[in-house]
Design a binder for this molecule. Structure first.
Ligand SMILES: O=P(O)(O)OC[C@H]1O[C@H](O[C@H]2O[C@H](CO)[C@@H](O)[C@H](O)[C@H]2O)[C@H](O)[C@@H](O)[C@@H]1O
Length: 280
């Protein structure tokens, strides 16, 4: 007998509840996809210190045997797997991790990484970046070399918001000249190749795994294309749930989500609730 009160609670609103009910009715054909930073991991000052919350991982290992699970992240796929220790968890044998907004892929089932060659323009931008930051008086900003992308972080600057304002126009201009895409995020600007986003990544998984119900959890602007895809799938008849991992830093997702969780701890609690509902 389905627990309708619990389904409503975990769905947030009627559309979300329909998606949770569909996931409970047919978990094998249900996809639960999550962002990494700000959803599975708390936001921390040093990107290398990010980690998956133990409570979230525990719930995922209970869900993994019954649902299709995926992590879709802006991180290089190897970084996400390493920081989350996602290759060492019993229960996550069918996990798929899509990195760099879906360009890179890792399958727990095979342990294989798929990482296409790095495009030229990004390396050119990376080589020029120190000079650009010196000219802007912001040489000490943290630059994360992601191979096929470069992230310029302002979180540890004296004035993070001011530094972000200062770098936005010149970085956007140079990125445009090189035919690159600028991805804004929480105290970060990422420069990468155009033509790929988390929505496209999510759509591929839905088709490939013959998914009939989908839930996606995100916290930042780069997650909005995935929200768009969940919304459009729902319009075409596939129940869908969007979950916002809320923070004071980014409020754009809250208005778009079926369900709002209180940051990564709230997401972990929701995951445990779903596992309970599925009898796991
Ligand atoms: O798609 P995601 O998994 O959310 O990754 C997006 C970017 O997240 C990382 O930066 C953010 O998290 C850091 C660690 O908590 C934080 O210090 C930074 O301010 C945030 O913007 C990561 O460093 C990027 O490479 C990811 O693309």
């Amino acid at each position: 007998m389905p627990d309708t009160a619990r389904i409503s609670e975990l769905g947030g609103d009627p559309d979300g509840a329909r998606a949770v009910a569909a996931m409970v009715a047919d978990p094998t054909h249900s996809l639960l996809a999550l962002d990494f930073d700000g959803v599975l991991s708390p936001i921390v000052p040093d990107p290398e210190q990010a980690y998956a919350l133990p409570a979230a991982v525990d719930a995922l290992t209970r869900l993994g045997p019954v649902l299709q699970l995926a992590v879709i992240t802006g991180r290089p796929v190897r970084t996400a797997v390493r920081l989350g220790e996602l290759d060492r968890r019993e229960g996550l044998e069918r996990l798929v991790v899509l990195g760099q907004y879906g360009v890179e892929r890792w399958e727990a089932a095979t342990g294989e990484y798929d990482e296409p060659p790095v495009p030229e323009g990004v390396r050119e931008f990376f080589d020029e970046l120190p000079g650009l930051l010196v000219r802007l008086g912001l040489a000490s900003l943290h630059v994360e070399d992601k191979g096929r992308a470069v992230a310029v972080h302002t979180r540890r600057a004296d004035d993070p918001a001011g530094a972000l304002r200062t770098i936005t126009e010149p970085i956007s201009q140079r990125a445009a000249e090189l035919g690159l895409h600028v991805e804004p995020g929480k105290n970060v600007l990422e420069v990468r190749s155009p033509g790929q986003d988390k929505g496209a990544a999510l759509r591929v998984l839905v088709g490939e795994k013959r998914i009939r119900a989908v839930a996606y959890a995100g916290d930042d602007l780069g997650d909005l294309p995935a929200f768009d895809v969940v919304d459009s799938l729902r319009e075409l008849g596939t129940p869908g749930l969007t979950i916002c991992s809320a923070s004071v830093e980014q409020q754009a997702l809250a208005d778009r989500a079926n369900l709002i969780c209180d940051g990564p701890e709230g997401v972990a609690e929701w995951l445990a609730g779903l596992a309970g509902l599925l009898g796991r």
